[in-house]
Design a protein around this ligand. Structure first.
Ligand code: SD4
Length: 340
């Protein structure tokens, strides 16, 4: 219990604006040999996305341009049923997209529940650059996109419509770990549960100037309720970039991530001196400690990069892969460690 005298001291200290918290040393990362340029992204489709981003980074371009160009690749691919064109719809048959982008100055833009526009990431960038806001949602986001010259189009492909109609027969909502689109029928490029069928693209890059940016884009959880927004467009949940420290992005069940402001937590842990893998693990540990049964039943994964180019990832479940492209690593897939 706080005694009266201590309490009065505390109150007096607060009145004079004195912090009672122990002083932390400020973040000072010694960067002797930074790895740059660099781009990393979630899941197997990250390989193609990284290749597009690398073109820009390798030519001295800005990390922001690289992550936008990278994320546009899976957004435009109708065979990827978790992002952009061909994304699996919500339970009412609407394909609704979430996306977020952040630059080296800490500027952010995002869209939530956006319909009919393939490149949600480019709309998010326009929100960041052309409006006084950070996030636009639903009909307002669509109207803004159209005003900026984006073309309206039907995002529901025959394959995704078929999967939705199949799902409607039982209407049993149950995201499957790592394979949220297991119900999707096989196509020449996508087998149910294979590596093409995964989730959100989250991409982080460092350019030749050493500046960081990040982007993420998704159609969210398949067969979600209409109007559901996940973690991806939420700054500090699906994506966070701090040019002094590092950046992080997420994939998996957004509801779990939003509760811990996951990527902000990861970046703050890196600021405290944890390396990216430790930071991703510690953020997930909050979920694991609070509700182990829930944590065991879902997938959530973080991918992070520190300002010096050190990369790390951690997942709740096995099976989370990410793609890495650096001057020494010509675009390879890595598997992250996991709790379970
Ligand atoms: C969401 N985090 O909407 C996204 C989807 C995802 O693995 O990444 N699924 O919750």
């Amino acid at each position: 219990m706080t005694h009266r005298r201590e309490f009065l001291q505390m109150t007096t200290a607060s009145l004079f604006g004195l912090s009672l918290l122990p002083k932390r040393r400020s973040f000072k990362l010694t960067i002797s040999n930074p790895i740059k340029p660099l781009v990393i992204s979630t899941w197997d489709f990250g390989l193609q996305a990284n290749a597009a981003a690398w073109e820009i980074l390798n030519n001295g371009g800005r990390a922001l341009d690289a992550v936008e160009a990278g994320v546009r690749v899976p957004e435009a691919d109708p065979n990827i049923q978790t992002i952009g064109l061909g994304g699996l719809p919500d339970r009412d048959g609407h394909v609704t997209l979430d996306a977020c982008i952040m630059d080296e100055h800490g500027n952010a833009g995002s869209v939530a529940c956006l319909e009919h526009i393939v490149h949600a990431i480019s709309v998010a960038r326009k929100v960041m650059e052309k409006t006084p806001h950070v996030m636009l949602a639903g009909e307002g986001a669509l109207q803004f996109a159209l005003s900026q010259g984006f073309q309206k189009q039907n995002l529901l492909t025959p394959a995704s419509e078929k999967a939705w109609k199949e799902w409607l027969k039982k209407a049993d909502y149950h995201p499957v770990i790592n394979i949220e689109n297991q119900l999707a029928p096989a196509t020449p490029n996508t087998m149910p549960g294979n590596s093409f069928n995964h989730d959100t693209i989250g991409m982080l890059a460092i350019d030749q100037q050493g500046n960081l940016s990040g982007a993420c884009s998704t159609s969210g959880l398949a067969f979600k309720m209409h109007g559901r927004v996940g973690d991806s467009p939420i700054v500090g949940a699906g994506l966070f970039v701090d040019n002094e420290v590092g950046a992080a992005t997420a994939t998996g069940v957004g509801e779990a991530n939003m509760r811990i402001c996951g990527t902000h937590t990861v970046v703050e842990l890196m600021r405290q001196g944890y390396d990216p893998e430790q930071a991703c693990r510690l953020a997930l540990e909050r979920l694991v400690n609070k509700d182990p049964d829930y944590a065991r039943s879902i997938q959530l994964a973080f991918l992070a990069v520190r300002k010096d180019g050190t990369i790390g990832a951690y997942a709740l479940q096995k099976g989370f892969r990410y793609a890495v492209y650096t001057p020494d690593v010509p675009n390879e897939l890595r598997e992250s460690k996991s709790f379970y």
